[in-house]
Design a protein around this ligand. Structure first.
Ligand SMILES: *Cc1c(COP(=O)(O)O)cnc(C)c1O
Length: 396
C-alpha cells in the first residue's frame, strides 16, 4: 500500500497544528504561528474564543443532533436573526459552502420552474470564480484545474469574464436564469467586483426577470467590515450563499433568499441530514452574539484600514516583489510580481506567519476579525523581514 490513509488530495505543508490561542496556532513541536489565514476566512473569532467554545460545549451536552423531521426551535431562531439582519426572508442551513452554493443553484432553477419557465435554467458565472468542489460547484466555474477529469459536468452554466458587464449581458438569452458571482473573488486573488459591474448585473436582473445569486461564502460574515460584502455596493441579491465565518470553525453554511426567489422551494424539494442541527445552530448563534455587538464591524473596518495602509507603506520598499494591495476590511490581497505560493511558504517556514496563496499571484491576508493593533504590527514586521530575506526561485 503506498497511498496514505488520508486521501492525498492536498499538498499539505509541514505545519501540523495541535492547538490554537486567539490569533495564534501552535504546532506539534510547540512552535507558534501568527495566523493570518484563519482556516481560510473561517476562524472569524480566532481560536478558542470563550463564548463560542462555551456555547458549543453546552449544546453538546444538551442536544447535538436530531433529524429535520422534527421541529427546530434552534434553527428557527438563528434563521430569524439572519432574516432580521439581511435582505433575506428565508434560510436553508447546510454543512459547507459548496452545499450552500448548490442550494442557491437549485433555488434559482426552481424559481423559474415555479413560474412556468423551466427553460430558464442557465446561470451566467465568471472567470476565476470559485464556488466549491461538488459537481454542481465545479460546473459553475470554468477553471480547468478544478474540472479536469471530472467530466461530464452539469449543464446549465455559461462563463463571462469577471468585471466584464457587457460580456455578461451579451450572454443573456431565453435560457438564462440569472448570474452567480462572488462580490469579491477570494480564491481568484482577492479581486473585488467593480461597482458598475455588480450594479449593472442587478439592473439586468430587474429588467429581464433574472436572479442575482451572490456567493458570499468567503467575503461575507463581517470579513469586509460589513455583515455581507454586497452592502459595500449598495445592492442586494435575490439568493446568497454564506459559510466559512458563519460557524466560527464549526462546519456550517446557509443559503439565504427573498420570499419571491424561494417560491419554488416547497416541501420535498431539498434537504440535508445534518444541515441546521442543534449543535451547528449553537455555533452560529454564538458567532452572531459576538458579531452583532455594537462596534464589531467598525473594528473590522478600522483594523482593515490600518493593515492596508501599513501594507501600502511597506510595498514600495520591495517593488521588485510586490505590485499592489487590494480588497476590503480584513479580506486583503497583496498581488506579487512572482507566483505567490513560494513566498507564502517562506513566510510560514521562516517567519512564523500564516497567509494563503490565491490566484493571480496573490498573497491573501485573512486574519481573525478580532485582531488588535499588536497583531497588525507583528504581521507587517514579519512580512517586511520576510520580503527582505526572500530570494524568488530562479525559474520564474
Ligand atoms: C470556500 C468557498 C466555497 C466552498 O466552501 P466549502 O465549505 O469548502 O464547500 C464556495 N465559494 C467561495 C467563494 C469560497 O470561498
Amino acid at each position: 500500500m503506498s497511498i496514505p490513509a488520508l486521501m492525498p488530495v492536498y499538498p499539505r505543508c509541514d505545519v501540523r497544528p495541535v492547538r490554537g490561542e486567539g490569533c495564534y496556532l501552535i504546532g506539534e513541536r510547540g512552535e507558534r504561528y501568527l495566523d493570518f489565514a484563519a482556516g481560510i476566512a473561517v476562524n472569524c473569532l480566532g481560536h478558542g474564543h470563550p463564548h463560542l467554545t462555551k456555547k458549543i460545549q453546552e449544546q453538546t451536552a444538551t442536544l447535538m443532533h436530531v433529524s429535520n423531521m422534527y421541529g427546530s426551535p434552534q434553527g428557527e431562531h438563528l434563521a430569524q436573526r439572519l432574516v432580521d439582519n439581511t435582505f433575506a426572508d428565508t434560510v436553508f442551513f447546510t454543512n459547507s459552502g459548496a452545499e450552500a452554493v448548490e442550494c442557491a443553484i437549485k433555488t434559482a432553477r426552481r424559481y423559474h420552474f415555479a413560474n412556468g419557465n423551466a427553460q430558464r435554467h442557465t446561470l451566467i458565472t465568471f472567470g476565476s470564480a470559485f464556488h466549491g468542489r461538488t459537481i454542481g460547484a465545479i460546473s459553475a466555474t470554468n477553471q480547468p484545474k478544478m474540472r479536469e477529469g471530472f467530466e461530464p459536468l452539469a449543464p446549465g452554466f455559461k462563463y463571462a469574464d469577471f468585471n466584464d458587464l457587457e460580456g455578461a449581458l451579451a450572454l443573456i438569452d431565453d435560457n438564462t436564469a440569472g448570474f452567480l458571482v462572488e462580490p469579491i473573488q477570494g480564491e481568484g486573488g482577492i479581486r473585488p467586483a467593480d461597482e458598475a459591474f455588480l450594479k449593472g448585473l442587478r439592473k439586468a436582473c430587474d429588467e429581464h426577470g433574472l436572479l442575482l445569486v451572490l456567493d458570499e461564502v468567503q467575503a461575507g460574515y463581517g470579513r469586509t467590515g460589513k455583515f455581507f460584502a454586497h452592502e459595500l455596493y449598495g445592492i442586494t441579491p435575490d439568493i446568497m450563499a454564506a459559510a466559512k465565518g458563519i460557524g466560527g470553525g464549526f462546519p456550517l453554511g446557509a443559503c439565504l433568499a427573498t420570499e419571491e426567489a424561494a417560491k419554488g422551494m416547497v416541501f420535498g424539494t431539498h434537504g440535508s441530514t445534518y444541515g441546521g442541527n442543534p449543535l451547528a445552530m449553537a455555533a452560529g448563534e454564538a458567532v452572531l452574539d459576538v458579531m452583532l455587538e455594537d462596534g464589531f464591524f467598525e473594528h473590522v473596518e478600522t483594523m482593515g484600514n490600518r493593515l492596508r495602509s501599513a501594507l501600502e507603506q511597506m510595498i514600495p520598499n520591495h517593488d521588485d516583489l510586490f505590485e499592489l494591495v487590494r480588497g476590503h476590511g480584513l479580506m486583503l490581497g497583496i498581488k506579487m510580481k512572482h507566483p505567490s505560493r513560494d513566498f507564502v511558504a517562506h513566510l510560514r517556514d521562516n517567519h512564523g506567519l500564516l497567509t494563503v496563496a490565491a490566484g493571480d499571484n496573490t498573497v491573501r491576508l485573512l486574519p481573525p476579525l478580532i485582531i488588535e493593533q499588536s497583531h497588525i504590527d507583528e504581521a507587517v514586521e514579519k512580512l517586511s523581514a520576510g520580503a527582505r530575506a526572500y530570494v524568488p526561485p530562479t525559474d520564474d
